[in-house]
Design a binder for this molecule. Structure first.
Ligand code: ARG
Length: 479
């Protein structure tokens, strides 16, 4: 014990060196993963006969004592010991002596930190999946509540064709569904143990790498020791899943922001979740969606930082890799907070159904339906498109003129027509006609809504299974 602490305090490094290289002020949040990883490693050492039963017991209970103190926030980490790994090992050796000094047998900080980062990443992925699902459930609930509400659908932000609000909200739902699927895929590649890679070349002592992997409920072990300690592709991939999720949230936020403007007036902002202006008394601002939209940029920045840090690194471990942490931590903090805020915001946002419908009636959004109708009377679609284009230009964009001119055109082309023929111009009929699978017709949206509910139930089951794996860390640490 003396020898080890002496080695650490006798190091020749300057304070300036330490100030630049130490990471404990941010990697301290890995304490739980680090302790669980150490406990799992101790079992491999015991199995290989490196540690006696008594030593194993002493180390494990020493580590659990430290864990209890860490969870109370009662531990002072020492920056002179560089990082969380050295700190915990040092604390252990100070407490239990020689047995503690055996913990690091057959292990390097290189495979240790790679393991901790994988454990932390899988946990964070599961947390974000859970939060994403909560937002999806709100989208689904709001879609059901607003069954039958019509609003303009847009392309190029121009009125295009009418759609159901529930269809629109579910569009966002499915994007998030794919984000959750992507996180599950990333989780599978993350959840393998690099322990036993040692510093770079593997480990000796006949350690069975499967033992710690199984104790930590990881799905397997990495195949190559050099690769195990040098890549952070799982972190890059995880941050990519978060970035794309934030890009998706930013689109939803952009719409909420636009829809709350005086020009749209499609939504009323929840009073307790939006701010006024310090100067303009009439104002209410969509702060939450704006901040989430802004934080998408921050997340993408971290993705670029991690990719650039990894680029061109020679094998195997390089200290550059320490730069993975703050980026990764901030991404998960940012995404978690954003999801939480947006979920509450969306739960309370009021949709102005009357205003949405008014807006949908304002333009010529059923022009396509008129062209479609002409084709059912034998006119080729391109010709019909040309006829309706002329009518729409002559109408000056006014729906009443459009209707009158459409009537005239029907008389001109067919001589007579039934009064019900003009029903094609009704926005409700326009929506009902689009009854293809995945379309906006109420019948299609009903199918979609059922599928969305089934998808939520499926994902919840998967998440519960992954959460149980993640909690293996807590179980090892608390005993
Ligand atoms: N704090 C280091 C990191 O995060 C741990 C590994 C240090 N390894 C080393 N050989 N200096 O990457």
């Amino acid at each position: 014990m003396k020898a080890r602490s002496a080695r650490i305090s006798a190091s020749h490094v300057s304070d300036e060196f330490l100030a630049f290289t130490a990471s404990v002020h941010f990697d301290r949040r890995l304490w739980k993963h680090d302790i669980a990883g150490s406990i799992a490693h101790v079992h491999a050492l015991a199995h290989a006969g490196v540690l006696t039963k008594a030593e194993t017991g002493t180390i494990v209970s020493g580590l659990r004592d430290i864990a209890r103190e860490c969870s109370r926030g009662a531990v002072a980490f020492d920056p002179r010991l560089e990082d969380v790994h050295m700190n915990i090992e040092h604390m252990l050796t100070n407490r239990i002596g020689d047995a503690g000094a055996k913990l690091h047998t057959g292990r390097s900080r290189n495979d240790q930190v790679a393991l901790d980062m994988r454990l932390m990443t899988r946990e964070s992925l599961v947390n974000v999946m859970t939060e994403t699902l909560a937002l999806q459930e709100v989208l689904l609930r709001r879609a059901k509540e607003n069954n039958g509400t019509i609003l303009p659908g847009y392309t190029h932000l121009q009125h295009a064709q009418p759609v159901l609000l529930s269809h629109h909200l579910l569009a966002h739902f499915w994007r998030l569904h794919r984000d959750v699927r992507r996180m599950t895929d990333c989780y599978a590649r993350t959840n393998v143990s690099p322990l036993g890679a040692g510093a770079l070349a593997g480990t000796a002592f006949g350690l069975d790498r499967k033992i710690p992997a199984e104790l930590l409920m990881m799905d397997g072990v990495t195949e190559n020791s050099l690769d195990s300690v040098s890549d952070r592709d799982f972190a890059a991939e995880a941050v990519f899943t978060q970035s794309l999720l934030m890009v998706h949230l930013s689109s939803l936020c952009e719409e909420l922001i636009l829809w709350s403007s005086q020009e749209f007036r499609f939504v009323k902002l929840p009073k307790d979740l939006s701010s006024g202006s310090s100067m303009m008394p009439q104002k209410r601002n969509p702060d939450i969606p704006e901040l989430v939209r802004g934080k998408a940029g921050r997340t993408i920045g971290h993705l670029i930082a991690i990719l650039t840090m990894l680029k061109s690194l020679p094998l195997a471990y390089n200290r550059d890799l320490q730069e993975d942490k703050e980026n990764l931590f901030d991404v998960f903090d940012t995404v978690g907070a954003s999801l939480h805020a947006l979920t509450n915001f969306l739960a309370e946002t009021e949709f102005d159904k009357v205003r949405m419908r008014e807006s949908a009636e304002e333009g010529l959004m059923t022009a396509t339906d008129l062209a479609d109708f002409l084709t059912t009377r034998g006119i080729p679609f391109r010709t019909a498109h040309g006829i309706v284009q002329q009518i729409s230009e002559r109408s000056g964009g006014d729906p009443h003129n459009f209707k009158r001119l459409a009537e005239e055109a029907l008389v001109e082309h067919f001589g007579e027509f039934g009064p019900s023929d003009l029903d094609v111009l009704d926005i409700g009929n326009s929506i009902s006609r689009r009854n293809s699978y995945g379309g906006t017709a109420p019948s299609s949206v009903a199918v979609q809504t059922r599928e969305a509910a089934a998808a939520v139930a499926r994902e919840k089951k998967i998440i519960a299974r992954l959460k149980n794996q993640v909690e293996a860390v807590d179980r090892l640490v608390t005993g």
